[in-house]
Design a binder for this molecule. Structure first.
Ligand code: DGU
Length: 467
């Protein structure tokens, strides 16, 4: 019987163990998509408790707790830190076979050196031990990043953000790069005219561009895009339900902007046309600055209206959608490619039924300029666990080039989530190790396999993003 989560966790062959311990484990972390608070990094924040750092923004845990019958006050409500942690400890035994069970114990082990199983009987001692450590300088935000050998993190930032904390962090001499990511979702959100107008007015204020037309807005966005580039931004990111690639004319888009900016609700067709146009505008901007554009598509968000009104977005009420978006994705990418303005791209699907759609879509637009120019993003959100990662890597292996994959990211709001990279690297090494021992990869090719592991864990991202 294997010991739970020992040093060979998830590594089922000796070859997998060699690949992980001698190659994957030593690679630094480039976390090119996360939702960490830039202010906490700038301030080198000291966490008040294990509840704050672990449960404070983690809707994965909140979903599990709710599913386990825990009342909302213990998730996002006014319960004390100890009460919330105790409820999480009560829930953990019920998360067996959910990735949360692995992440919980991998994080306790790697961050705090705790190998006890978290449950009601160990909750108090683990709570006290973690809090005692979190109170020391070794557990500040920056020192946690150092502990996990993080080299670069890319946060998720709106075009109107001041990026003051990125600037302060860089000027402080912090050796880990914290770079912004251009996330212009709100500039595409025209469903509620009043919200859109308020956003455009904020954009006008921060850009210094007076906005009364679509062209003005694009000029303002371009100024902000240049500002982000000056702060080291190398990626954009879009959270889309689906890809938008309606036919439109510039005149139509200008009229649509005037209509919604003037406060009149748009028709569904007008919304789709506007989003289609903005995706092209942003794709062209990213091409001109040599950025990588990321598309996270397929989530249906804020499904629980009551809870959305109570506690807002990103609180655990999103789920996997089903969209037949292959043709619009193809048309969108082809539109930019035909213009000669298709930049490095990462496509993340949330519905695993689209794995082969994505893995084959890549090959339509690889143009021989950059290895792996069009990437299949790592298992995302509900898929960033062993099964989801394996399915994504197997589809990429069968239909593209796994060896050119830029690998994992945390996509997290917690400074304790870096073991997701370890979890991914172990899963990768296990796949390759099994292939070698099954005779599906020649043992003579082990040097290539070892390099492949280091490339997917680090070097591919290093070379691809050019941080
Ligand atoms: O892992 C969960 C994610 O962080 C989810 O909360 C979203 O934030 C999504 O990644 C996005 O970037 O829109």
């Amino acid at each position: 019987m294997k010991k739970f989560m020992d040093e060979n966790f998830l590594l089922q062959t000796e070859t997998a163990q060699e690949l992980y311990h001698n190659h994957a484990a030593k690679m630094p972390i480039i976390d090119y998509h996360c939702h960490l608070s830039p202010k906490m990094v700038a301030d080198d924040y000291q966490f008040k408790s294990i509840t704050e750092i672990w449960l404070g923004g983690d809707h994965y845990k909140w979903r599990a707790m709710r599913s386990n019958g825990v009342a909302e006050r213990y998730c996002t409500g006014d319960a004390s830190d100890w009460e919330k942690f105790e409820k999480w400890a009560e829930t953990v035994p019920y998360t067996l076979r959910n990735p949360l069970y692995h992440w919980t114990h991998l994080e306790l082990k790697t961050a705090f050196g705790i190998e006890k199983i978290l449950n009601p009987s160990t909750a108090r001692e683990i709570f006290d031990e973690c809090n005692a450590k979190l109170a020391t300088p070794e557990y500040s935000a920056r020192n946690l990043m150092r502990r996990y050998h993080v080299e670069t993190v890319c946060t998720t930032d709106d075009p109107v953000d001041s990026l003051e904390y990125h600037i302060a962090t860089r000027e402080s001499g912090f050796e880990i790069k914290m770079l912004p990511t251009w996330r212009p979702d709100k500039a595409m959100a025209v469903e509620v005219p009043a919200d859109f107008r308020a956003y455009v007015e904020k954009l006008s204020e921060v850009s210094g561009v007076s906005i009364s037309s679509f062209d003005n807005m694009v000029e303002a966005l371009r100024k902000r895009h240049e500002f982000f580039a000056a702060q080291g931004c190398k990626l954009s990111d879009h959270g889309l339900e689906e890809f938008y690639a309606e036919d439109y004319t510039d005149a139509e888009i200008r009229a649509i902007f005037n209509k919604v900016y003037g406060g009149t609700p748009l028709t569904h067709e007008e919304i789709l046309k506007y989003k289609s146009a903005m995706l092209v505008v942003f794709g062209e901007m990213d091409y001109e600055t040599g950025w990588t554009q990321q598309y996270h598509y397929g989530a249906i968000r804020n499904n629980n209206t009551k809870m959305f009104k109570l506690i807002g977005p990103d609180t655990g009420f999103d789920s996997i959608g089903e969209f037949n978006t292959a043709k619009s994705m193809s048309k969108f990418l082809d539109r930019l490619n035909t213009e000669g303005k298709l930049t490095k791209t990462i496509l993340y699907n949330l519905n695993p039924c689209a794995n082969e759609v994505i893995a084959t879509m890549l090959g339509n637009f690889q143009d021989g300029t950059i290895p792996g120019k069009i990437q299949f993003g790592s298992g995302w959100w509900f898929l960033d666990q062993k099964d989801g990662m394996e399915k994504q890597m197997n589809a990429l292996s069968l239909l593209g080039l796994l060896s050119r994959f830029v690998g994992m990211l945390t996509d997290s709001r917690s400074f304790l989530s870096y073991p997701r990279h370890e979890y991914f690297r172990r899963t990768l090494c296990n796949l390759l190790g099994k292939d070698v021992e099954n005779g599906e990869i020649p043992v003579s090719e082990m040097p290539r396999v070892q390099q492949m592991v280091e490339d997917i864990s680090y070097y591919n991202a290093k070379n691809f993003f050019q941080f």
